[in-house]
Design a protein around this ligand. Structure first.
Ligand code: FAD
Length: 505
């Protein structure tokens, strides 16, 4: 095997980290997973069923800070990916695993079904192709429905729509809670997580890999590359067979709860060259999501929305669904798909780099596929490393109690036991102090304002954190034993409080 110099392998290493690498600890890991997105956390969770020393290394200060937090949150049925592709296999298996996983790990998931709406008789051929591809992929319950049934399912479907592909097994999920639940369960079952730890190089060191990070070097027998948009950088460091990932941006609108029920199913337009088109869907939390666009960019950090992108969403949104209440928009956001040049998942040991396992090119339907990817990679490593079952493995995780989901009597009992559940902190989403305390103190607990937000929804409502931010900062500072000026929005330098007004000269 041949390796380039550290500088050849990793150009950004030179600029940012050209200094002596310290060894952060002397532990030799069996497996290091780069990236705590849904892919890395799922691999970690399924690996925790076996006896192995596993560590997830993440550059951000929490799990779910990359693409996994910014997507449509659809569990695709699996009719779309090309028959025979790994993408199709992972999608169908992942979506079949999702309902049971949601029960086991207690995250919000609804099997609400999806419609792909065909607007012109001329395009019926493509709708039928999609149906046939889905049948070949093994998707159950697919049906092409005519105008009447389509409108019965979705009354706001456009008057011009001619037919739709109905997929009853499609679903919607909370992508944050899915990722957090996988990570928490992995951690409870023995997997280490290192945050604020940016991998700068992966180099072969005799009989093992050395993973160099901004916090020092870590040694490991196997590396799992689940670095999302950066998976090509790490793959190309160790393999002569280069891959290339393009960030493909998608812009969205999120509409207020007031639109709950506007659509009950995920409504897609018939897919085009750049993907599944603009969709309109309910979220598991009662909002409506509208988007995304699909624009190739160069900047792997370019998660900003653009006026052009949002204008495009507005222009295309009502092709399949009419009268969308876009005036109820409470926020917009953008996510970046990790589009690999061949539009295929790359999962498995790199041909010319033994013990380096790729999970690269995990673009949509990566969220839907995540349980299947996690299980596939864990099983691959079990077989290669002869891993034995973890006798202490407990696959069940309880989520944060949401008093809104309890009866009045249960709620009263909960408040009696713990009065913090009677203190509303986020008025828009009715999030209580009890939920925030649980979010902070559970395994891999929240350390930042976004950490609280993604675990409890405090700040995700109509006022977009205008009212609850000061209270959340206060609670975080008190519980973590630090000053309020130490609390960040999402780690790093993202501090909100820079000083006391009275200190100003
Ligand atoms: C617009 C859009 C819509 C989508 N819609 C859907 C959908 O409806 N359904 C669906 O199934 N899928 C959807 N997807 C795809 C899905 O979101 C992704 O496939 C999935 O989230 C990828 O997860 P990941 O863990 O591979 O990547 P990520 O979530 O990006 O995680 C990678 C992690 O690696 C970390 N990392 C990167 N570099 C380093 C480093 N040097 N050191 C340490 N850590 C590092 C990052 O910080 C990040 O946390 C969509 C994607 C987009 C963008």
């Amino acid at each position: 095997m041949r390796f380039g110099t550290r500088e050849q392998n990793c150009p950004f290493f030179i600029k940012k980290y050209r200094k002596t690498i310290k060894r952060s600890d002397s532990t030799m890991y069996d497996i290091i997973i780069i990236g705590a997105g849904v892919t890395g956390c799922s691999v970690a969770r399924y690996l925790s069923r076996y006896q192995a020393k596993v560590c997830v290394v993440e550059r951000a200060d929490d799990v779910c800070c990359g693409t996994s937090k910014a997507n449509s949150a659809i569990v695709h049925a699996g009719y779309d990916a090309a028959h025979g592709s790994l993408m199709a296999k992972m999608n169908v298996k992942g979506s079949q695993m999702m309902p049971a996983l949601a029960k086991e790990l207690d995250f919000p998931f609804q099997q609400n079904g999806s419609l792909v709406v065909c607007m012109h008789e001329d395009d019926m051929l493509y709708l039928k192709e999609l149906y046939e591809n889905g049948i070949k992929n093994g998707v159950k319950g697919l049906e092409i429905v005519g105008k009447e049934r389509m409108r019965e399912l979705e009354p706001n479907v456009s008057d011009d729509a001619v037919a739709a592909l109905w997929a009853p097994t499609a679903g919607i999920v909370c992508p944050f809670t899915l990722t957090i639940a996988l990570a928490e369960n992995a951690n409870t079952n023995g997997v280490d997580f290192k945050f604020n730890t940016e991998v700068t190089a992966v180099v072969r060191n005799g009989d093992h890999w050395t993973v160099q990070t901004n916090q020092g070097a870590l040694d490991t027998n196997y590396v799992v590359n689940a670095a999302g948009l950066y998976a090509d950088v790490f793959h190309n460091m160790v393999s002569a067979k280069k891959i290339h990932i393009t960030p493909r941006r998608g812009d969205y609108f999120i509409l207020d709860h007031a639109t709950d029920g506007f659509v009950k199913h995920t409504v897609f337009q018939l897919p085009g060259k750049y993907g599944k088109g603009v969709l309109v869907a309910p979220t598991v939390h009662g909002n409506t999501i509208v988007g995304p666009t699909a624009v190739d960019i160069e900047d792997k950090e370019g998660t900003n929305t653009t006026l052009a992108g949002l204008d495009e969403v507005t222009a295309k949104a009502d092709i399949a669904i009419q009268n969308i209440p876009l005036r109820q928009t409470i926020t917009s956001f953008a996510g970046l798909r990790a589009h690999e040049d061949h539009h295929e998942f790359i999962i498995g040991e790199a041909e010319d780099a033994p013990h380096f396992i790729d999970c690269a090119g995990i673009e949509s339907p990566g969220l839907s596929s995540s349980p299947a990817i996690g299980m596939t990679v864990a099983d691959l490593l079990r077989d290669k490393m002869h891993l034995q079952p973890n006798p202490k493995f407990n696959g069940v995780r309880k989520g944060i109690i949401d008093p809104k989901t309890l009866s009045l009597q249960e709620r009263a009992e909960l408040i009696q036991k713990d009065p913090a559940y009677g203190q509303i902190v986020c008025r828009c989403e009715s999030v209580t102090e009890g939920q925030i305390l649980d979010a902070i103190h559970r395994p891999l607990g929240a350390k930042s304002i976004d950490g609280v937000k993604f675990r409890t929804r405090a700040g995700m409502g109509r006022c977009q954190a205008g009212f609850c931010t000061p209270r959340v900062i206060e609670i975080l500072a008190r519980e973590l034993g630090v000053g309020q000026n130490e609390i960040t929005k999402n780690g790093g330098a993202s501090k909100l409080i820079v000083g006391n007004t009275k200190d100003r000269a």
